[in-house]
Write a protein that binds this ligand. Structure first.
Ligand SMILES: *[C@@H]1O[C@H](CO)[C@@H](O)[C@H](O)[C@H]1NC(C)=O
Ligand SMILES: *[C@@H]1O[C@H](CO)[C@@H](O)[C@H](O)[C@H]1NC(C)=O
Ligand SMILES: *[C@@H]1O[C@H](CO)[C@@H](O)[C@H](O)[C@H]1NC(C)=O
Ligand SMILES: *[C@@H]1O[C@H](CO)[C@@H](O)[C@H](O)[C@H]1NC(C)=O
Ligand SMILES: *[C@@H]1O[C@H](CO)[C@@H](O)[C@H](O)[C@H]1NC(C)=O
Ligand SMILES: *[C@@H]1O[C@H](CO)[C@@H](O)[C@H](O)[C@H]1NC(C)=O
Length: 368
């Protein structure tokens, strides 16, 4: 009985969904605003670990973009220009009202933005100021960043958050899986591995070598999936509770909402695109804050994209897209259902849905 009624309800849901979908014909959607939250491109490891048998020279330094990261940033800029061709200025002219770009205060993020913008905004004929240089400076504003990735490194920035994170990290270190994983690592390196951050840096160093196509030792290759799982675990623990989500990602969510509203109201500060370059530790928490569950560890250049459209009926709807890596192929960009706001997700419904995640006064809420 229950089975049949459930099936019937499912059928109803599908039928109702189809009706709604039909009222929103994709051809009649007009793009109004785009938010792109991107992880920086390929970088070197953050540390050198002990007993590493690879002797790799990271020419640009630890933690910095690699040559591949530089080129990928540039190509992504070209791909974005292509993707939003009809939306951006028809003469490919940079104007301040077109885009806001922010990054964290980390060199690799800033430089990702710099190379990306070189690909996205080569000066058109009119804006060429030096015929030997197909480049013009586009503002990159770390001051606009609402990315609180620093909360996890510096407890003074948000004591309440830091306390909760500390507790969650200690819990991780006590789980059987992680204890076994760490003792396995200790069999192969004498790096200190007492905190999650120490383990994270080691795991990242090996993972990064592999991402840069170096061969990694057999012992690491055998447990490669554990490496990726541990990285993802370290990102999800950043927002394990609703309070952590609110403190860590709430301001960014609010910023995006306000920018969307500004664009609907055509207010003078509205921009067409807001691009923020952050980290794996920005992307995973942001997706978790939207209650998206099945997240995979974000590759370099992975992006969360939110596109705001006006419908023919003058409604405003929202699409969440996810691009797994730095290749902006349409076939690889997936539409993700916003939990609690099925397609077509109206902006006002999403606003209502997300209100509880937005801090009223962050510095106040950060107090212990
Ligand atoms: C670490 O090495 C010891 C000695 O070879 C071995 O008994 C143990 O099982 C290893 N630990 C893990 C987690 O592989
Ligand atoms: C790592 O190398 C040091 C010497 O540099 C050695 O003493 C130590 O036993 C090595 N650790 C492992 C786990 O192989
Ligand atoms: C690694 O190798 C793959 C496959 O050959 C290639 O597509 C990729 O660009 C390479 N990555 C780097 C960092 O060289
Ligand atoms: C989660 O899984 C669903 C169903 O397999 C898929 O449609 C969706 O794209 C996935 N979301 C992410 C963020 O990978
Ligand atoms: C659509 O809505 C906006 C904002 O509410 C309003 O300014 C605009 O005039 C409306 N356009 C049409 C065609 O109704
Ligand atoms: C936020 O809280 C702080 C600390 O309690 C206070 O100094 C500040 O004035 C508040 N800001 C606003 C906009 O209310």
């Amino acid at each position: 009985m229950i089975y049949f009624s459930l099936k019937y309800i499912m059928l109803l849901v599908i039928v109702v969904n189809e009706c709604i979908t039909k009222t929103v014909n994709d051809d009649n959607l007009q793009l109004k605003f785009v938010f792109i939250l991107m992880r920086h491109m390929n970088r070197a490891p953050l540390i050198r670990y002990k007993n590493n048998t690879n002797n790799i020279v990271w020419a640009h330094g630890l933690g910095e973009l690699t040559d591949q990261g530089i080129w990928n940033s540039y190509r992504v800029g070209q791909a974005l220009r292509e993707r939003y061709l009809g939306f951006l200025h028809p003469l490919q002219r940079y104007t301040p009202s077109e885009i806001d770009v922010s990054t964290t205060e980390v060199d690799r993020c800033y430089q990702t933005a710099g190379y990306l913008l070189a690909g996205m905004y080569p000066p058109n004929e009119e804006q060429t100021w030096n015929k030997d240089l197909k480049w013009q400076p586009i503002p990159i504003k770390t001051s606009l960043s609402k990315d609180h990735q620093k909360f996890s490194n510096d407890p003074r920035l948000c004591p309440k958050y830091a306390m909760e994170l500390h507790e969650k990290c200690e819990n991780i270190m006590k789980t059987e899986n992680v204890k076994t994983f760490i003792s396995y690592l200790k069999n192969h390196t004498s790096n200190p591995l007492t905190t999650t951050f120490e383990v994270l840096k080691l795991v990242d160093a090996i993972y990064t070598e592999r991402m840069a196509n170096y061969s990694i030792p057999n012992w690491a290759m055998e447990r490669y999936q554990d490496f990726e799982n541990f990285l993802l675990l370290c990102m999800t623990v950043l927002v394990e509770t609703n309070q952590m989500k609110r403190l860590y990602s709430g301001e960014m969510l609010n910023d995006v909402l306000q920018r969307m509203e500004a664009s609907i109201k055509k207010s003078s500060e509205a921009k067409k695109i807001y691009l923020h370059i952050g980290h794996d530790s920005t992307i995973v928490p942001f997706l978790k804050t939207l209650n998206i569950e099945n997240i995979t560890y974000p590759f370099y250049g992975a992006s969360v994209i939110m596109e705001l459209y006006a419908t023919a009926a003058n409604e405003t709807i929202l699409k969440l897209l996810y691009n797994r890596d730095y290749e902006w192929k349409d076939s690889k960009i997936e539409l993700i259902e916003l939990p609690g706001c099925p397609q077509p997700c109206r902006l006002e419904d999403w606003r209502t849905l997300t209100q509880q995640m937005i801090p009223r006064n962050l510095s106040d809420e950060c107090k212990n």
